[in-house]
Design a protein around this ligand. Structure first.
Ligand code: GAR
Length: 196
């Protein structure tokens, strides 16, 4: 039995693509893998409703609730870990989860924590990747699935998808073109890990 927990912060379209792939490809049957929970740091993440509609447990660990703790990031990550660990995860999937994680969190899930980032890493770690790619005159953009290490948007690359940057592209339409490929790539990369 392989337990998967997905972390989101917003629309959750990558999470939705993973849920659809798990259903369509029979991950439960072929990989003994189950998506046990979708956890968000924001109560208003639209992806939570979609997870619930698919019979997946959801939880919210609100990072703002830890703002006045002596070490807010550590306190939030400890609460998040406690929530995640109730599902005994073999794989923790960051899918548009927009929080920087502490070294303690990363170490706790070493070897079972992956992320998708909307650039062709190692180019453009961090935010505003599409605007930066356009500004630099890149002819190609894309997204990367990678293992998570303590260095932001680093770690072993597991998969990449490439799209062209077209004349007149805005950050928004480039983001949409990349996102379409993320939805294909992320489920495939996870299925490959599960098959190991
Ligand atoms: C995706 O484009 C993902 O690559 C990006 O946020 C979007 C989430 O969309 N992730 C990051 O920027 C992580 N730093 P989604 O919520 O619809 O899956």
């Amino acid at each position: 039995m392989k337990n998967i927990v997905i972390l989101i912060s917003g629309s959750g379209s990558n999470m939705a693509a993973i849920v659809r792939a798990a259903q369509a490809q029979g991950w439960a049957q072929h990989h003994q893998a189950h998506i046990r929970a979708v956890i968000s740091n924001r109560a208003d993440a639209q992806g939570l409703a979609l997870a619930q509609e698919n019979g997946i447990a959801t939880a919210v660990v609100d990072h703002t609730a830890f703002a006045s703790a002596p070490q807010p990031r550590e306190a939030f990550d400890a609460a998040l870990m406690a929530q995640i660990d109730t599902y005994q995860p073999d794989l923790v999937v960051l899918a548009g989860f927009m929080r920087i994680l502490t070294p303690g969190f990363v170490a706790h899930y070493a070897g079972r924590l992956i992320n998708i980032h909307p650039s062709l890493l190692p180019a453009f770690p961090g935010l505003n990747t599409h605007a930066r790619a356009i500004e630099m005159g890149c002819r190609f953009a894309g997204a990367t699935v990678h293992r998570v290490t303590t260095e932001l948007d680093h770690g072993e690359i597991l998969a990449q998808a490439v799209v062209p940057v077209l004349p007149g592209d805005t950050a928004d339409n480039l983001a949409a073109r990349v996102l379409t490929q993320e939805h294909v790539m992320y489920p495939k990369a996870i299925a490959k890990l599960l098959a190991k």
